[in-house]
Design a protein around this ligand. Structure first.
Ligand SMILES: [Zn+2]
Length: 294
């Protein structure tokens, strides 16, 4: 009975979505950060849904059955790709194979390999605002193909948004210009693109393997402590919403005090945190990194 009702509901939803009287399209973004970029480009004719709630780790998020059904009903699913959404790779692949368009923006934003795993591309492209512009361009192009009548408006919004991203990029570069020791350590290897953009050097990360899920050995932590001493690193950057425990353990192993500073990597902060939009997240991270290293 239950599955019968579900089937009826899906058919009904399918009919509504394909009604020629409606030019509304539905876009599903995987992360809140991608969702915010899409909303800034999309305007009223596009319904934007976001799969992961604020605070969810994009590496380990598990959707409900209902959410997977909603993904299948979307006109396009916009994902980061490059294995960011590592816990739902099968679901995304299934949805795409069943005919839902899947746009993966990470590979369109000039991806670089991980420093610690050169055979693997680093998915955290959005933490460089210039790559954020490439993401916004890809989104505007996709929306314009889906809804040609809106293409000019999508492009205009994307151009305006790119201007704001360029301004934040210049602001962060200015804030970091006078930093002398530019070496940093991160909780997981999320800040590679930020470091690439602003000429910082990530000398190591606590979680191995580019994911937030990797557990370091005691030997890994001891080696990282040695590298911190050798380079005179002034701050360990952890992920807001992630665990600070190992960063505190590492800090405790050192002969001198070191700052343990939270930055927003895979998701937003709560409303009012200053990091509840993509632009705000970038500004907040830039200011925190500059303060910690100055
Ligand atoms: Zn990550």
């Amino acid at each position: 009975m239950r599955s019968f009702l579900l089937a009826v509901a899906l058919v009904a939803a399918g009919c509504a979505g394909s009604s020629p009287a409606s030019d509304e399209i539905t876009v599903f973004a995987t992360t809140p950060i991608l969702g915010d970029i899409v909303r800034n480009i999309a305007g009223d004719q596009v319904t934007v849904e976001v799969l992961m709630p604020v605070g969810a780790d994009p590496h380990s998020f598990q959707p409900s059955v209902r959410q997977v059904a909603d993904l299948r009903d979307a006109d396009v699913v916009i994902a980061n790709g490059l294995d960011l959404e590592e816990s739902i790779l099968d679901i995304l692949q299934d949805v795409a194979q069943d005919g839902t368009r899947l746009l993966e923006v990470g590979s369109l934003a000039d991806p670089l390999p991980f420093k610690d795993a050169p055979e693997t591309l680093d998915p955290h492209v959005w933490l460089d605002p210039v790559r954020g512009i490439a993401i916004a361009q890809a989104v505007a192009g996709e929306l314009g193909r889906l809804l040609p009548a809106g293409a000019a408006a999508f492009t205009a919004r994307q151009t305006e948004y790119a201007g704001r991203l360029k301004a934040i990029d210049a602001q962060i570069a200015t804030q970091l210009a006078s930093v002398v020791n530019r070496t940093i350590v991160t909780n997981h290897e999320a800040l590679g693109y930020f470091a690439d953009r602003y000429d910082l050097e990530v000398i190591g990360s606590i979680s191995p393997g580019g994911s937030s899920a990797g557990e370091p050995s005691g030997r890994d932590l001891a080696d990282l402590a040695d590298a911190i001493e050798e380079h005179g690193v002034n701050a360990i950057f952890t992920d807001v919403g992630g665990s600070r425990r190992l960063a505190e353990v590492l800090a405790g192993e050192l002969d001198r005090p070191i700052a343990v500073v939270e930055v927003f990597t895979g998701t937003f902060g709560q409303e009012g945190s200053g990091a509840d939009t993509y632009l705000g997240l970038l500004e907040t991270n830039g200011a925190r990194v500059a303060e910690a290293l100055s």
